[in-house]
Design a binder for this molecule. Structure first.
Ligand SMILES: [Zn+2]
Length: 274
C-alpha cells in the first residue's frame, strides 16, 4: 500500500506553492494574467487595416521581411510566445503603467521595459541598416502587435489593479474581469470574423487618416490614458448590463482598432518610403 500523503503537509505545501507561483507569475511590476492586448480578432483586424493602407514600397518591404505571412497573421505572435519561458523577459512589453495624474515622463519607469519603450526600440531596429534579417522579423512581428496593445485603453494601466485585471465583473452571465472585456469580450460579442471586424472599423476619411498618422507613440499612449476613465465608468458590465456596456463602449474599441491599423501603416510607410 502506498503511504498516503500527509494532508496537513500537503495543504501547507500547496499554499506555499500558490504563493510562490503567484509571485512568479505577477513578477515585480507585472499584471500578467490576460495582459494580451486586443484579443486575436482585434489584433488581426489591426493587421488587416494596416496592410490595406501601406504604400507599394512599404508593402514590398513587409513582404520581404515576413515572406508569405501577412501583418494580420503575425499580429498575435507576441501573445503566442508567452507560454514559452524563454520569452519571459518580454512580458512587460505589452503594457505601460501610468498612475492617475501622471504621464509617461513623470511615471516610474519599468526597468524591464514597457510598450512605449518597446515600440520605439523596434521602430529603430526596422530603420537600422545594420539589423539582421532575424532581428527585422522579430521587430516587425512585435511592432504590429504592440501598436494594437497601446491603443487598448487598459494597456496604459493603473498598476494597483493590473490594468483592470483585478476588477471582476460579469459578461453575459460569466465571470471575467474588466481588462478581458476590453481585450476581447466587446469585440467577440459582435460575432464578426477578424476580416469582417476590420472592414467595419476601416472607415476613416482621408483627413482623419492624416491627422491620426501625424502623431507619436507617446500621443497614442496619452489618448489611451485619457480613454481609460471611460472603461472604469460605473456601472461596470453586469449580466443584465452587458448589452448596455457594449453599446456605450464598442464604438471606442472600433475607433482604437482603426487608429492602431492606420498608424501602424503610417509608421511602416514612414520607415520604408512613401
Ligand atoms: Zn500584447
Amino acid at each position: 500500500m502506498p503511504q498516503p500523503f500527509p494532508t496537513a503537509r500537503r495543504t501547507a505545501t500547496n499554499r506555499r506553492m500558490c504563493v510562490v507561483l503567484a509571485v512568479t507569475i505577477l513578477g515585480q511590476h507585472g499584471w500578467i494574467p490576460n495582459a494580451n492586448g486586443f484579443g486575436q480578432t482585434g489584433h488581426r483586424a489591426v493587421g488587416h487595416i494596416a496592410q490595406r493602407h501601406l504604400t507599394q514600397q512599404a508593402l514590398a518591404a513587409v513582404k520581404a521581411i515576413l515572406g508569405n505571412e501577412t501583418l494580420a497573421e503575425v499580429s498575435t505572435y507576441a501573445d503566442e510566445i508567452r507560454s514559452n519561458p524563454d520569452f519571459d523577459y518580454t512580458k512587460t512589453w505589452h503594457y505601460v503603467n501610468i498612475p492617475n495624474g501622471k504621464n509617461y515622463d513623470t511615471a516610474p519607469l519599468n526597468s524591464d521595459g514597457d510598450a512605449i519603450e518597446a515600440i520605439e526600440r523596434f521602430t529603430k531596429t526596422l530603420r537600422s541598416k545594420n539589423a539582421t534579417d532575424k532581428e527585422r522579423v522579430f521587430a516587425l512581428k512585435w511592432l504590429g502587435h504592440l501598436v494594437g496593445d497601446i491603443h487598448q485603453p487598459l494597456h496604459v494601466g493603473r498598476a494597483e489593479d493590473f490594468g483592470g485585471n483585478k476588477i471582476t465583473c460579469k459578461w453575459f452571465g460569466k465571470s471575467t474581469n474588466l481588462h478581458t472585456v476590453w481585450d476581447s469580450k466587446l469585440i467577440e460579442a459582435t460575432e464578426l470574423s477578424d476580416t469582417e471586424f476590420a472592414k467595419v472599423c476601416d472607415k476613416a476619411s482621408a483627413a482623419e487618416k492624416q491627422k491620426w498618422q501625424n502623431s507619436t507613440v507617446r500621443d497614442w499612449a496619452s489618448e489611451s490614458l485619457k480613454h481609460r476613465a471611460q472603461a472604469y465608468k460605473e456601472p461596470l458590465p453586469t449580466t443584465a448590463g452587458s448589452y448596455r456596456y457594449s453599446h456605450d463602449n464598442l464604438p471606442l474599441v472600433k475607433k482604437r482598432v482603426n487608429q492602431a491599423g492606420i498608424r501602424l501603416a503610417g509608421l511602416l510607410n514612414d520607415i520604408y518610403g512613401k
